[in-house]
Design a protein around this ligand. Structure first.
Ligand SMILES: [Fe+2]
Length: 424
């Protein structure tokens, strides 16, 4: 459990909050590049860390992420004209470049480069990588190098990316991502179904539902290893990576002895504000292109992270109780809710927009959750006292993968899994 003060500290992300200040030290995805595909195309609304913004692609192809309101009289720039190298407010014609510089104030009699030199719109630096537009919302002089995520550096055929809207605080969603122990329940089939057809679940998960967790702090965040009995001689290890501030990489699932040839998936939970979050899902195949079928399954609107509509809003959501099927829940599915992300959203959103962590009863299986909270609270408190987070600047540390491996009980995990966890 957390004190009420620490719960506030962990969850509030607006400007000037300690956690909001920490999150603003990192690059993160703001929108899909396809949402602002066209130079001079329509701007889109964005809300990130409680700030209202718009994104637009200018005539030269650069993407601007800027304040949503014209600094003149606060009109919404979403309605603006994106033309000839800038976004023009439709109220009085003021125009701004992607870097926020005012380019024209046609309604002002004395408008000139000199008189508008200090007229600026809030703007943040952007980058494009891995089919996303990334943003850095922190102090300009502390802008970090771009993190070395493998998936964002792979050729387009070897990666996928999709997002979905989630109605709860970012930390609550991350906690689902670092909590490997829920897989054997929330995402499983019923005992009756397993008895009928043991192949429906990974038998290694079903055979041992109370894995032992080893959590280690790393230079990028946490290595969360779940150890299960595989046989009298071997352990089955699944290593989830947590990368500060809100990324996870999920261990590959399969019948292999180790994940050296496997693709892997991961998430980022980017706060829209304190009570809503973009759940990003990426996949990386370092070994070959995904097939078309695999692409649609991992990255499609109707794939494994969906279904979502054109606005990336889930079709199974709290308004329709995630279309829970009580008969399926009795017969074959632990939840009666179809799809892993919908099962996750159902339990995470059911805690309320911001879970009251002061009234929890945690156990040994919550080690990953506890370590995540401890790490993020420490980084936020350190920063509030002037100590910068090392991980934000350590771009190379982010070149890691998740891993699954069967190892002899005598082999330490670090030794046995190290080559699987490094990416190029
Ligand atoms: Fe889950």
């Amino acid at each position: 459990m957390l004190t009420r003060e620490d719960n506030e500290l962990l969850t509030r992300v607006g400007p000037e909050t300690p956690m909001g200040t920490l999150l603003r030290r990192f690059w993160f995805p703001a929108c899909l590049a396809e949402e602002v595909a066209e130079p001079d195309g329509p701007p889109i609304r964005l809300r990130l860390l409680g700030e209202d913004l718009i994104a637009f692609r200018d005539t030269n192809g650069s993407v601007g992420i800027v304040g949503a309101h014209c600094p003149h009289r606060r009109a919404g720039l979403f309605f603006g004209r994106n033309e000839e190298g800038g976004i023009r407010c439709v109220y009085h014609g003021w125009k701004f470049a992607t870097d926020g510089q005012c380019l024209e104030r046609p309604c002002e009699p004395n408008d000139s480069e000199a008189t508008r030199a200090n007229v600026r719109l809030k703007s943040y630096p952007t980058m494009e990588a891995g089919a996303a537009v990334w943003v850095y919302m922190g102090p300009p002089d502390l802008r970090p190098p771009f993190p070395a995520f493998e998936w964002a550096r792979l050729a387009p055929g070897q990666r996928t990316l999709i997002k979905r809207l989630q109605h709860c605080n970012w930390a609550q969603a991350v906690e689902g991502g670092v909590d490997s122990s829920h897989i054997s329940f929330l995402h499983s089939k019923t005992e009756a179904q397993l008895a009928r057809d043991p192949s429906v679940n990974n038998p290694l998960h079903a055979a041992d539902r109370h894995p032992t967790f080893e959590v280690e702090q790393t230079e990028y965040g946490l290595m969360i290893a779940a150890r299960r009995e595989a046989s009298a001689e071997d352990y089955y290890w699944r290593v989830t990576q947590f990368l500060a501030p809100f990324w996870t990489m999920i261990p590959p699932v399969g019948t292999f002895k180790d994940s050296s040839e496997a693709a892997y998936d991961g998430h980022a939970w980017v706060p829209i504000d304190d009570e809503t979050t973009w759940t990003w899902s990426f996949a990386a195949n370092p070994h070959r292109d995904f097939t078309e079928q695999e692409r649609l399954r991992r990255g499609g609107h109707d794939g494994m992270w969906g279904p979502v509509d054109e606005q990336f809003h889930p079709l199974l959501n709290k308004d329709n109780d995630y279309r829970i099927d009580r008969e399926a829940q009795r017969q074959n599915s632990f939840t009666g809710i179809s799809g892993i992300p919908n099962q996750d959203a159902a339990v995470q959103e059911s805690m309320g927009a911001i879970s009251d962590r002061s009234s929890e009863l945690l156990g040994g299986s919550d080690r990953g959750v506890v370590m995540f909270r401890r790490l993020m609270l420490r980084l936020a408190k350190d920063l509030a006292e002037g100590r910068e987070p090392d991980c934000a600047r350590n771009a190379a540390a982010y070149a890691v993968r998740s891993a699954s491996v069967i190892l002899p009980k005598s082999t330490p995990l670090r030794k046995g899994a190290a080559p699987l966890m490094r990416s190029s």
